[in-house]
Design a protein around this ligand. Structure first.
Ligand code: KDG
Ligand code: MG
Length: 409
């Protein structure tokens, strides 16, 4: 079998998605997700102008060799744009291999280690009653665990907290994506946040009891000592994990956080290379790997980092927001089903419009996510439907302190 074409499809049903479609001379096609929120067209250009021609004529079965060729052969290694592009090629080749074998990708990765994947959904509220309603709705939908994000008095709008009640159909604050040519700006106040958040968790525990697994995302806004303080303050509420406390390129900063708190830690959604995790894994500074197949170079390197993590009793908690396409989500669902050290899968569920563009075999029932048994990744792209939703500029917000200083996130 030989690759005959590699096409890049950019579509925006609610959010922007970049998809690579590889076609072979045997008529088998494969899809890969290359979506990098806010920098989508950079990855599309990287694939179209620098990668597509390298794929023509190659044997699609040679996944490892193609990965190494694109990674080592470019001279410029790593970085989110490069690794999202390589990820798309890697996923598309796994998709083709599965279709050629007549097997879902998880079978090629060693077969299922479990019947399905435990998930968490995103609950949020501008006040406690709204938050409680949102938690209840996520439990009713089947999630076994819930992420808790809440407004903070003194902070007018907060990323991760829907600006309207989620019952009104607004599922998330950035879906549909905030269209426009520059990021909206929000105000941030770490002191107010650190003061308020433990009171929210106390209220949620009082309302829902001790057994519901609860998570929280700090979006990289704390210093290491602030993160340590928060982890300690949240210990009575027994979190499943505290995510992205501090910008994680400072891997050694996690020594300080770990030293002070027993709250489990998750990090890595912005990572794109195994080296980003080296200190965190080998010193057991985290409990969950947050990488996404889409941003980490695909299924192949994500499998390898999870095998390394297993040596240190660290589990998966792959990044699954709605700005990872159904193809990227399927890729990590197949991997999560196969690996032994699966932890939890983030699952927000894509919008109706997204489902008209990407048809998937994935199911979510009885509290478990399953990628389905269709050969390959189990996702097909309706190109006509995709064309009906052209790319639109959209950016996540950035945040500033009250005095105007731009802040981490
Ligand atoms: O593109 C960035 C979003 O995917 C991210 O902000 C969502 O933090 C996030 C999460 O945990 O899903
Ligand atoms: Mg996050």
């Amino acid at each position: 079998m030989r690759i005959t074409s590699a096409d890049i499809i950019v579509t925006s049903p609610t959010r922007n998605f970049v998809t690579l479609k590889i076609t072979t001379d045997e008529g088998i096609t494969g899809l890969g997700d290359a979506t990098l929120n806010g920098r989508e067209l950079a990855v599309a250009a990287y694939l179209r102008d620098h990668v597509a021609q390298l794929l023509i004529g190659r044997d699609p079965h040679r996944i490892e060799d193609t990965w190494q060729y694109l990674y080592r052969g470019a001279y410029w290694r790593r970085g989110p744009v490069t690794m999202a592009a390589i990820a798309a090629v890697d996923m598309a080749l796994w998709d083709i291999k599965g279709k050629a074998a007549g097997l879902p990708v998880y079978q090629l990765l060693g077969g299922a280690s479990r019947t399905g994947l435990m998930t968490y959904g995103h609950a949020s509220g501008r006040d406690l009653p709204e938050l409680f309603d949102s938690v209840r709705r996520h439990i009713e939908e089947g999630h076994q665990a819930v992420r808790i994000q809440s407004s903070v008095p003194g902070i007018p709008a907060l990323y991760g907290v829907a600006a309207q009640p989620q019952a009104s159909g607004v599922r998330y604050d950035h879906e549909p994506a905030g269209r426009g040519s520059r990021p909206p700006e929000e105000v941030w106040n770490t002191h107010a946040y650190l003061h308020h958040l433990p009171t929210v968790f106390e209220a949620v525990r009082n309302e829902f009891g001790p057994d519901l697994p609860l998570l929280h995302d700090g979006h990289h806004r704390m210093t290491p000592i602030q993160a340590a303080k928060l982890g300690k303050a949240l210990e009575p509420y027994d979190l499943f994990w505290l995510e992205d406390t501090t910008p994680a390129e400072h891997q050694e900063a996690f020594r300080l956080i770990r030293h002070h708190t027993t709250t489990p830690l998750a990090v890595g959604e912005v990572f794109n290379h195994a080296a980003d995790f080296r200190t965190l894994l080998t010193e057991r500074l985290i409990d969950y790997v947050r990488a996404a197949a889409t941003h980490f170079g695909g299924i192949t390197p994500l499998r390898k980092i999870m095998d390394t993590a297993a040596e240190y009793q660290i589990k998966s908690g792959f990044h699954g927001p709605t700005d990872i396409s159904p193809v990227g989500l399927a890729a990590q669902a197949h991997l999560g089903l196969a690996i032994h050290n699966f932890g939890i899968q983030e699952y927000m569920g894509h919008s109706e419009a997204t489902h008209t563009v990407f048809r998937q075999s994935m199911t979510f029932k009885d509290g478990l996510l399953h990628p389905g048994d269709t050969p390959g990744l189990g996702v097909e792209l309706d190109e006509e439907a995709a064309a009906a939703h052209p790319y639109q500029q959209a950016y996540l917000p950035c945040n500033r302190l009250a005095d105007g200083t731009i802040h981490d996130w």
